[in-house]
Ligand binder design. Structure first.
Ligand code: SAH
Length: 399
């Protein structure tokens, strides 16, 4: 068990922590020099020596650690993690009972009281993603808790942190149980996805877009031509095709997107030959589409927050207005643009402003049809709005 360290919080930060703000910042602590190692359990006190909360030290983006408990006597052991997990599993009860969807998130970091760790479920397999060395120090207790509270086929992991030379012998991917077939076929609202649990950082689908995909299939795709940009494995295209779109065009820079997207169509018995899958820079493709006078009834925009390609860097906060302008120009009047971002750097308000600016600069008119943020299984805290990073807006182009 790691040592516990008592720390003093600067007066300006006490209130936020008392009210449940979960991310511990470096600036908020007086005597940081006492902390030597990630994974240390921290007891935070106010200036009068009154206990505030228990946290752990793990370096992640802007943060120095995450709150764990408001009880001073709480032991951070496998019983503690079992308690957190049981309540996380209970919160997803309806997902476990739904036979049409067999892939979802079971623990969403700080939203479930365990910042720095997510756990996803893929038809009986559990995938843990560790976001700091600090949380990884609790691996054996957390695994013990997971094994005690679930019936699992197998357990996998991804390490998303710099281990600073530690744990280099502990590989990513398979931990215990039986190994998953490659791929395993999971279901999302009755649509199949081929998932690879041991093939690099990403498994093939981003679960946080589930409600958006369903909406595209059920309400928007019928008889529409659909352009899916930054398409990765083509998840939006699959749902559009199953919703009756006349044709989908998927565009992604990564070479692997072609076989990956082909596979997702095939596992859903969709005729791939009737779909276009294009390996290209989206910005090149926009130029091509304009030159060829191509127009689409629906354009999906789902860029990464930040990407560097040979020719350019793309940053959602700087370049989204331009991206929208490109899309608007190749969308039919009356068509729909699905604008999505997972950037935590700006709010839904700012995103709405990007949309307004893009149309204004082109002298266009639009109407917002619906908006989405994270789905229920991606649980977030009211006190930590940054945790709700996903913003998706369905926009109708009127002019
Ligand atoms: N929309 C996808 C997820 C997108 S992930 C889904 O729903 O599953 C981001 C993708 O953008 C990656 O696959 C990456 O290869 C691609 N990408 C990044 N920059 C790009 C660019 N300039 N042109 C085309 N694709 C790009």
């Amino acid at each position: 068990m790691m040592q516990e360290i008592d720390l003093r919080v600067k007066p300006d930060f006490v209130r936020a922590y008392k009210e449940g703000y979960p991310l511990i910042s470096k600036e908020s602590i007086v005597n940081l020099d006492k902390v030597k190692e990630e994974g240390a359990v921290l007891n935070l006190f106010d200036e009068k020596g009154k206990f505030i909360l228990k946290a752990y030290h793990g370096m992640q983006n802007k943060g120095y650690g995450w709150a764990l408990s408001s009880k001073q006597g709480e032991k951070i052991d496998s019983a503690f993690f079992t308690k957190k997990l049981k309540s996380a599993l209970e919160y997803r009860k309806e997902f476990f009972e739904n036979e049409n969807t067999t892939a979802f998130r079971v623990l969403n970091g700080e939203g479930d009281g365990l910042g720095g760790l997510t756990i996803d479920y893929f038809d009986g397999y559990y995938l843990l993603t560790w976001y700091s060395l600090g949380i990884y120090e609790f691996k054996s207790e957390i695994l013990k808790a997971l094994k005690a509270s679930t019936e699992y086929k197998g357990i996998y992991q991804k390490k998303r942190f710099d281990s600073k030379g530690k744990y280099l012998n502990e590989k990513d991917d398979f931990i215990c149980g039986t190994e998953a077939p490659a791929p395993i076929i999971v279901k999302e609202n009755n649509v199949n996805f081929a998932i690879y649990l041991d093939d690099g950082a990403m498994v093939g689908v981003f679960l946080d877009q589930r409600d958006v995909r369903k909406t595209i299939r059920d309400k928007y795709a019928k008889n529409k031509s659909v352009l899916n940009t930054f398409s990765y494995t083509g998840a939006f295209s699959i749902f559009a095709a199953l919703g009756g779109s006349t044709k989908t065009t998927s565009v992604d820079l990564a070479k692997r997107s072609l076989p990956k997207t082909t596979e997702q169509f095939k596992v859903n018995e969709i005729d791939v030959d009737k779909q276009d899958i294009i390996v290209d820079d989206v910005f090149n493709y926009f130029k091509y589409a304009v030159k060829k006078n191509l127009l689409f009834d629906m354009v999906v925009l789902d860029p990464p927050s930040f990407a560097r390609s040979k020719k350019r860097t793309f940053s959602a906060s700087k370049d989204y207005v331009n991206l929208l302008k490109e899309a608007i120009q190749i969308t039919n009047k009356g068509g729909i643009i699905v604008a999505s971002t997972n950037s935590a750097n700006f709010s839904m308000m700012t995103f709405s402003d990007f949309i307004s600016r893009a149309f204004k600069e082109l002298n266009g008119k639009y109407k917002i049809k619906e908006r989405f943020s994270l789905p229920k299984d991606f649980r977030v805290l009211d006190k930590f709005k940054e945790g709700n990073y996903l913003k998706v807006v369905f926009i109708e182009k009127l002019k």
